[in-house]
Design a protein around this ligand. Structure first.
Ligand code: ADP
Ligand code: MG
Length: 331
């Protein structure tokens, strides 16, 4: 989590995203017109080398859709993604290949994302073979080096994924993601499938690797408790939008948005913020039929008429960006 020196090249963002949208066309029965589901609806964010941005929110709010776009695995409906100096939509050929290498993704289920028929060494070697830059001996050395960095022993190199625990499999998936030395890693619920007892170990590993490689992380989670110790910055999503974004201490110390407060009230082990809400209740509204005005108003304890009428813009309130008409009133 080391930030760049002021004014150094590290200060220019690794990731810079503007007004990103992803709309899915979904059928709602045979005779009805396909509807537009706005899974991600105008997200802007930036991230520096060595920093971690956590994206949190309930299931269905658009986190994975955002993650796939940031990892260049899905194409936005509109908006721009800049990685370093490159516009992801504009680059071609070799530049595009280099850009794809510079962003890697870690998925929730390390079993599903690892080829069961390949050994650990084979899995880690594969991206190097595709890149075609190293000799066999150098690739072998790089594989063993990366295994050591993620806490795997050399004698485990010829074992298959099913021979490892969930936590070790996630170590393998992380190692594979780092083989081509990306600048940005997008991790979608990387510890959600793991036993609670090993979550902290895997998060600590991610943090150690971040320091070692100067990586930028987008860390996706439905659980504020998971991101509490590792995020520099936290973005809270609701129905495809960021409703609050703040430095970690500001978000946990003084959450501004009623939804953030409600999420925190539902997070075990996190001190309840002053004026804490009730934990968030019920299900979020369908993104196929989002509420008028502020999308959170149907569940908000503080909603007034203005909240039903007008969509609140994301605006600066002290250290935080908040999309709430009443941010000052409820502080
Ligand atoms: P999260 O990761 O936060 O749970 P997702 O990004 O997976 O959210 O989904 C956001 C919304 O987009 C949900 O309403 C989901 O049903 C919908 N969605 C996701 N993928 C597709 C798809 N391929 N086609 C249609 N709708 C989708
Ligand atoms: Mg998801």
């Amino acid at each position: 989590m080391t930030a760049g020196q002021p004014g150094s090249v590290l200060d220019s963002p690794v990731l810079d995203v503007t007004d990103l949208r992803r709309t899915y066309r979904v059928r709602r029965g045979l005779w009805r017109k396909p509807a537009a589901l706005r899974a991600v609806d105008g997200v802007s964010l930036a991230l520096q080398a060595g920093r971690t941005l956590a994206v949190v929110g309930e299931s269905g709010c658009g986190k994975s859709t955002l993650a796939r776009m940031l990892a260049l695995l899905d194409t936005p409906t509109s908006g721009t993604i800049r990685i370093g100096d490159a516009d992801a939509a504009a680059v071609q050929g070799d530049e595009k290949r280099a850009l794809r290498r510079s962003v890697q993704m870690v998925f929730q289920n390390p079993f599903g994302s690892l080829n069961p028929r390949r050994t650990v060494a084979g899995i880690l070697d594969e991206p190097l073979v595709v890149a075609g830059e190293l000799s066999r001996a150098d690739r072998r050395a790089a594989v063993l080096d990366m295994m050591a960095r993620v806490g795997l022993r050399p004698d485990q190199a010829e074992r298959y994924p099913h021979m490892f625990s969930g936590g070790q499999r996630q170590r393998i998936a992380i190692a594979r993601a780092l083989m081509l030395r990306p600048r940005l890693v997008v991790a979608d619920e990387p510890v959600s499938a793991l036993d609670v007892s090993v979550r902290a170990q895997v998060l600590n590993l991610l943090m150690d690797l971040q320091d070692g490689f100067g990586l930028a992380y987008v860390l996706i989670s439905h659980d504020l408790g998971v991101v509490r110790h590792v995020a520099d910055e936290v973005a809270v999503m609701y129905l495809g939008r960021i409703v609050e974004q703040a430095p970690r201490n500001a978000l946990f110390g003084r959450p501004r948005h009623p939804y953030t407060r409600a999420l925190l009230a539902a997070t075990p082990g996190v001190q309840r913020p002053p004026g804490a809400e009730e934990p968030v209740r019920g299900e979020p509204p369908s993104p196929l039929d989002p509420p008028s005005g502020c999308p959170y108003h149907t569940r908000c304890l503080h909603a007034v008429q203005a909240c039903r009428n007008a969509l609140p813009a994301l605006r600066q309130v002290d250290a935080s960006l908040v999309a709430c008409h009443r941010a000052e009133d409820i502080a």
